[in-house]
Design a protein around this ligand. Structure first.
Ligand code: NOJ
Length: 910
């Protein structure tokens, strides 16, 4: 490792992490990629030995061998409840165990028995009780996944199965001549192929286990549209990768990352979805080492009438390659997008139910200077009548970047500061990073050191690297004991200056190691269980957030929901909180790309996601800032944030008119909170993403498959943020030939399946309500969500072409687990049909009393002026109601109602 200059050991207090592109590898610099490419061009084949098949209670196993190496692999096929297949391939007898990702699959998946029937000679068919078949061909080894007699996916059809078996290091071998025939061992070639050592710039990665990479190809028949494998600053629909431009999944700290680039950034979810008319599939590649994914689509070949019956379907080939571990892949067979979401959630869990406050607006900056600054910013929101829920403190709030401490000069009395925020019904969020300053007087450091809680280096000492505090060691969150201890640090009695309104932000957890290879940890660092960092790099941040979330739950004795924002993540991180897209730039192009980036996270299970509003790096001009607030108000995690060198940009610093525009955008967020909260509940319970690409809601409409400049918020609202400067008009695509859409501001309506030109001023946020939906809102906005608990509701009813509409409302105390433990919740259903709007119970299990009333009902698309409107409550009381009807916009408005939100009632419109 590099020797640090004395001065470098000091705290790093500037934007030291700015890095140039050469810091990071492209595919050609990745040895396992070069090896796989080289080897696969030689076309050696694998064969399944069908006479080795054994069928156990949960799975069917058989051997696979490579004609060149003869090293036997063991394949294991599982049928899993909910139309999922799992295929595991490992060495039958590896020299030592290979890493299998723990803690991601929430519980042992319930298997279903697969019935084996032999196909033709040389093949085996494993069928579930429905219409799914796993058709294995022995030689060359290939699998066809058959759904309703149609081959929808083939595995290893391109012969890209690749498995480097563990070997004894060359130094320990008796004779070099007996090197495996698979690999050329000449000195030069060894270096190129990075078998036992791999160089990158000044870094040398010494590999005790040698080459151990794996790979496999999947051909998706008839599919041309793929999505997923975050995180990349790229389009929502995955692109063809061509030569040396694979999507990389390797968690890295990339300050001001470049957009339209397939390099890995902060987090990884090795899971993609493929969609075509009539079917959606998912492939979940459970591997936490560095992974590359190649995508190549062969479009359908147009054929003459003679050939028409022949197969001319398009096909997309997906090639997964990982540096180590085993092949462990889940095939999610849909067939609808929502089926695939459920299947994936049955494996990795659903989005955690957030506290209501965390759906409000968050105000962050690196850094709010001191207690007075916090107070002044807090007061600024009230003065300008802008709601917000949480104030955030970045690294400078600590004593020299020692997390769990406070800078005594700047924050002499953190409890007092929090009590002031509590008085305003607001919260505080502070940062807690995984690097721990090496300092014998810092108890977090000394305890972790004594207990052996740090990641170790190759030589066996504690790993040391530079981050914000200067030289630091890194907690080994993969160790359950470390997680337990770390969770304990959040106890109110342990975390001095903390209160129960303090929540946590986990940053730098890729992990970021300044001056490390690619700004991260050496791959040969050692974790709990003696596993190399290379095996589990992509899951480090997942464990950090898990330990933090569990700490917050424990501090409340299991009563309160945690809130933890993380920068790094993996499959399943949705269980622990929210994710944001890291260090974006204050540029229009970054505002624009935030939409596909968040849609991609959303379809891979991470619903609670957002991007820094305003852009983290640089200074947005005021038009961009306003547009960013407008977009952010409609994205799940809504936080303004800015880097240390940027100019102050609190919402009221840009003149009255712009303050008004930002206020309006934030207020729209608070108006729609009941809808957001209900969507989060649905995400939590049924795994439906909160923001959805159009193809998810309109899976049968080809035109929607590539749309990424607009999306659905739930199933009722279509949002098309303005992401161009000086826009006066935007082209909005309104999908669905049987749909009707209503402009949420002008109430103008359109039939679906068309693109409309919507004029926009700086105060326009193009949002459209889908006919057939009821959206619950709040009619009065408070200083924060806390002030709005008892404020009245309104219902926005948008009628379908048939004159009907449905919607839901979910309500609970907004912060505890009582909804789960004691069923203290209300889940209501609104139906509008034949002129009657009813409120009824959607889930009889729930019990929660609310004083809240529905005071306003607004109906869009009512073609005829009513002659009377009456309310009917369950106690038999009927009352006429005043109403206003506008024949120009076909809208009906009922005001000053007093209908309890939690009881059954009807409103009759005649
Ligand atoms: C990097 C994070 O991405 C950014 O949001 C934060 O402000 C800085 N680290 C300082 O903690």
């Amino acid at each position: 490792m590099e020797v640090l200059e004395e001065s470098e050991k000091e705290e790093i207090s500037v934007e030291d992490e700015a890095v140039d592109k050469n810091t990071f590898k492209n595919c050609s610099k990745i040895a396992f990629y070069r090896r796989q490419k080289q080897q696969l061009s030689k076309k050696s084949t694998y064969q399944a030995l069908l006479d080795s098949v054994t069928t156990g209670k949960d799975s069917t196993r058989f051997q696979i061998t490579n004609e060149a190496t003869k090293v036997p692999l063991l394949a294991e096929v599982f049928g899993i409840e909910g139309n999922i297949f799992r295929l595991k391939i490992n060495e039958e007898t590896p020299l030592k165990p290979r890493y299998e990702v723990p803690d991601v699959i929430t519980s042992k998946p319930s298997t279903v028995r697969l019935i084996s029937c032999s196909g033709d000679t040389g093949s085996l068919i494993l069928a579930d009780e429905k219409d799914l078949k796993f058709h294995i061909t022995a030689n060359p080894f290939k699998v066809d996944l058959v759904s309703k007699e149609e081959v929808v996916m083939s595995i290893n059809a391109l012969g890209q199965l690749y498995f480097e078996h563990l070997q004894i290091p060359p130094k320990q071998r008796a004779t070099r001549e007996k090197e495996n025939a698979l690999i050329d061992t000449s000195q030069k070639n060894q270096e190129d192929l990075g078998l036992w050592e791999e160089e990158f710039g000044k870094f040398v990665d010494v590999k005790v286990n040698g080459p151990a990479s794996i790979g496999l190809d999947f051909s998706l028949h008839g599919f041309e549209h793929l999505y997923g494998i975050p995180q990349h600053a790229e389009s929502h629909q995955l692109k063809n990768t061509g030569d040396e431009d694979a999507y990389r999944l390797y968690n890295l700290d990339v300050y001001g990352y470049e957009i339209h680039n397939k390099m890995g950034i902060y987090g990884s979810v090795p899971y993609l979805l493929a969609h075509k008319l009539g079917m959606t599939l998912g492939i979940f590649w459970l591997n936490s080492s560095e992974t590359l994914v190649e995508i190549n689509t062969e479009p359908a070949v147009k054929m003459g009438p003679v050939d028409a019956k022949q197969k001319n379907r398009s096909r997309t080939d997906v090639h997964w390659m990982s540096e180590s571990g085993i092949i462990d892949v889940f095939l999610l067979t849909g067939p609808t997008p929502f089926d695939v979401f459920k299947q994936y959630a049955s494996l990795t869990g659903t989005q955690a139910m957030p506290s209501l406050f965390s759906l409000g607006y968050h105000q962050c900056r690196w850094n709010y200077e001191d207690e007075q600054d916090v107070q002044a910013v807090d007061a600024g929101f009230d003065k300008h009548d802008i709601p917000y829920d949480a104030m955030w403190l970045d690294i400078e709030h600590t004593e020299g970047k020692r997390y769990f401490t406070w800078d005594k000069k700047r924050f002499p009395n953190p409890k007092r500061m929090q009590e002031q925020l509590r008085g305003k019904k607001r919260k505080l969020v502070v940062i807690s990073d995984p690097h721990i300053k090496i300092d014998p007087d810092y108890s977090v450091y000394t305890t972790a050191k004594e207990q052996g809680y740090f990641v170790r280096n190759f030589e066996g000492g504690d790993f040391e690297g530079v981050c914000w505090p200067g030289l630091s060691s890194y907690l080994d969150f993969t160790n359950p004991k470390v997680r337990e201890w770390y969770s304990g640090l959040f106890a109110l009695s342990v975390y001095q200056g903390s209160t129960d309104i303090l929540y946590i932000w986990n940053d730098m957890n890729e992990p970021s190691v300044f001056r490390g290879p690619e700004q991260t940890m050496q791959k040969n660092a050692i974790h709990h269980g003696n596993w190399e960092h290379r095996e589990l790099h992509n899951i480090y941040g997942f464990y950090h957030q898990k330990a933090t979330a569990e700490g917050l739950i424990q501090r409340s004795k299991g009563k309160e929901r945690p809130f933890v924002l993380t920068r790094s993540f993996f499959a399943g991180s949705q269980k622990y909180g929210a994710v944001w897209t890291g260090d974006n730039k204050a540029k229009w192009s970054y505002l624009k790309i935030s939409i596909p980036m968040l849609l991609t996270l959303s379809v891979t299970g991470i619903s609670f996601c957002g991007a820094d509003v305003g852009g983290f790096v640089g200074d947005p001009d005021v038009e961009l800032l306003v547009r960013w607030y407008q977009a952010g108000a409609y994205q799940p995690f809504f936080r303004g944030h800015a880097t240390i060198k940027s100019k102050r940009r609190e919402p009221w610093l840009f003149g009255k008119e712009h303050t008004r525009l930002i206020r309006e955008a934030i207020r729209e967020r608070y108006t729609l909170l009941p809808y957001w909260y209900c969507l989060f509940y649905c995400a939590h319970v049924t795994a439906e993403p909160i923001i959805r690409p159009l193809w998810v809601e309109f899976p049968d409409e080809l035109e929607t498959f590539g749309v990424e400049d607009e999306y659905m918020l739930g199933s009722a609202l279509l949002v098309h943020p303005v992401t161009e400067p000086k826009a006066t008009v935007v082209d909005v695509f309104l999908p669905g030939s049987n749909e009707v859409w209503y402009d949420s501001k002008t109430f103008a309506s359109w039939e679906g399946a068309c693109t409309v030109k919507i004029p926009v001023a700086l105060d326009t946020i193009p949002v459209f309500q889908r006919g057939g939906s009821v959206v619950p809102i709040k009619t009065t906005i408070g200083k924060s969500t806390g002030w709005m608990a008892d404020s009245p509701y309104g219902l926005r009813v948008a009628l379908s072409t048939k004159g009907s509409a449905v919607g839901e409302l979910y309500l609970d105390d907004g912060h505890s687990f009582q909804y789960l433990q004691k069923q203290q919740f209300l889940h209501r259903k609104f139906c509008f049909c034949s002129g009657v709007l009813s409120n009824s119970c959607a889930d009889e299990r729930g019990h929660y009393t609310s004083k809240c009333v529905v005071e306003q009902i607004f109906v869009l698309g009512l073609k005829k002026q009513p002659s009377s409107v009456t309310t009917h409550s369950s106690d038999g009381k009927d009352q006429p109601v005043d109403f206003t009807y506008c024949a120009g916009t076909f809208t009906l408005s009922l005001e000053n109602l007093s209908l309890n939100v939690g009881t059954d009632w009807e409103v009759h419109i005649k």
